[in-house]
Design a protein around this ligand. Sequence first.
Ligand SMILES: Cc1cc2nc3c(=O)[nH]c(=O)nc-3n(C[C@H](O)[C@H](O)[C@H](O)COP(=O)(O)OP(=O)(O)OC[C@H]3O[C@@H](n4cnc5c(N)ncnc54)[C@H](O)[C@@H]3O)c2cc1C
Length: 552
Amino acid sequence: MADDADVIVVGGGLAGLVAACEVADAGKRVIVVDQEGEQSLGGQAFWSFGGLFLVDSPEQRRLGIKDSFDLALQDWMGSAGFDREEDLWPRRWAEAYVAFAAGEKRGWLRAMGHRIFPVVGWAERGGYDAMSHGNSVPRFHVTWGTGPGIVEPFERRAREAQKSGRLTFKFRHRVDALTMTGGAVDGVTGAVLAPDPVERGQSSSRTVTGDFTLRAQAVIVASGGIGGNHDLVRKNWPARLGEAPKNMISGVPEHVDGRMIGITEAAGARLINRDRMWHYVEGIRNWSPIWPRHGIRILPGPSSMWLDALGHRLPSPLFPGSDTLGQLHYIMSTGYDYSWFVLTQSIIKKEFALSGSEQNPDLTGKSWLMTARRATNKGAPAPVEAFKRKGADFIVRDNLDDLVGAMNALAGDNLLKLAHLRAQIEARDREIANAYVKDAQVMNIHNARRYIGDRLIRTARPHRILDPAHGPLIAVKLNILTRKTLGGFETDLDSRVFGGDGNIMRGLYAAGEAAGFGGGGMHGYRSLEGTFLGGCLFSGRNAGRAAAKAVG
Ligand SMILES: Cc1cc2nc3c(=O)[nH]c(=O)nc-3n(C[C@H](O)[C@H](O)[C@H](O)COP(=O)(O)OP(=O)(O)OC[C@H]3O[C@@H](n4cnc5c(N)ncnc54)[C@H](O)[C@@H]3O)c2cc1C
């Protein structure tokens, strides 16, 4: 039977798009198969904040940040904590990826028209020692145009290839199996799904109208992770993080269903590190949901007070923005799967950012005028204000008594004691008068403000939480929000997939979240943030280039 293309890519998310562009630009014929409709092209990346991990960039240098490959690798390895035999390829991917982020990545994107917002963010700040988790310096470079701005260059290249006949999209085609001949993967079979005009990101129907078979010399699996499938998240939940949460909200659309991971594994591919995942603890229920259980992550600045369900302050260094999995571990150890931020109007207007393209119309719409308001500090961005007014997890009150009463009413379990909260907040407030103090969070705030980017748009001037001049008081109930899958298919640096017997499976490649962003988990246990989109770019590029070369 004649091949339908040289290469088939399963998944039209960022990793699949990048891989397909590379195949087509190498002069080969490629088919991109996606279970969703054309309106969802770009997958999760479209919804993303567009944050990219870059090392020693001109943007960093302009802000006085001294970064280097060595410092970034030290941070990466301290965060990853590779400690398993199967970490051989993930570790190689990590080294190659940090070199990419310190080298070619920015220029390669720039040549395609990609641009970066000039203030570099500081995510995952750690707070332990120099060899432990966290970014020693700010490295989170937000794409000008956020998620759509990172998808755009690749969609443009793909559409050009489509026009020239080298690339074909097959939307509403759901892959149900890989086909093999003589031990080599040579195609896919699946179901054709009924057209569905739902909006991008909404759940689409699974009504089957037919079936299909496609043949090629190579198949690249770029089908994303498992974050939309809470059963699978719970099944893979690692004991080291405590019990799996009973209540979770979804940071990803429902198509991030993990189904193709099971299908690829059933064909013989080796899935490693399935217990490593990256979920957030600052999730808020979206008052205007797009997908089921839709939650948004708050990207917090350093000043909010963080209390567990019983009203105890989280221990140092678990301050907002320091150590996502450390916080998750602590919260699950309390026996409750939620926690609280307590803050002021002055903090929310400067420090709350919401992750997601639709929550940042200024950056997504590339409006300098709107974006400048972040620095002029006239009020919180409109989407944050909207959450404050309409979000089910937000409470706004003029005094602490009322605030705590409303927090207890919202949680419904009366766990919070006013006197206990007041004592902790007043103690923290007494530390504000001096610039050199013993409260580690307050020290952290002073440190953050020594970085001009934080002082400009991310860290409020230190003030007393109970100072009415900075009010009203705000409490936010924080939920656990599923997002990223850190494990995946074990691949070599050409994104070729290993089989269960330890040998490369001929004809099979994996990229993006399905490959643990490279190697089967290049992050190890933890991420430095902005590393997921970048992992899709790098592994998609490697997969596309290698597959194009292999098909001859
Ligand atoms: C709100 C949000 C904010 C984010 N912010 C950032 C950020 O700032 N920085 C960062 O680095 N990362 C961020 N991320 C993470 C990042 O966007 C994702 O990890 C990345 O886009 C995953 O891309 P992917 O191509 O691997 O998978 P996906 O985008 O999930 O694409 C996979 C595609 O495969 C298709 N598919 C799956 N199974 C099948 C099948 N059986 N048959 C056919 N098609 C199938 C799906 O329909 C989907 O279109 C964010 C994510 C979200 C949701």
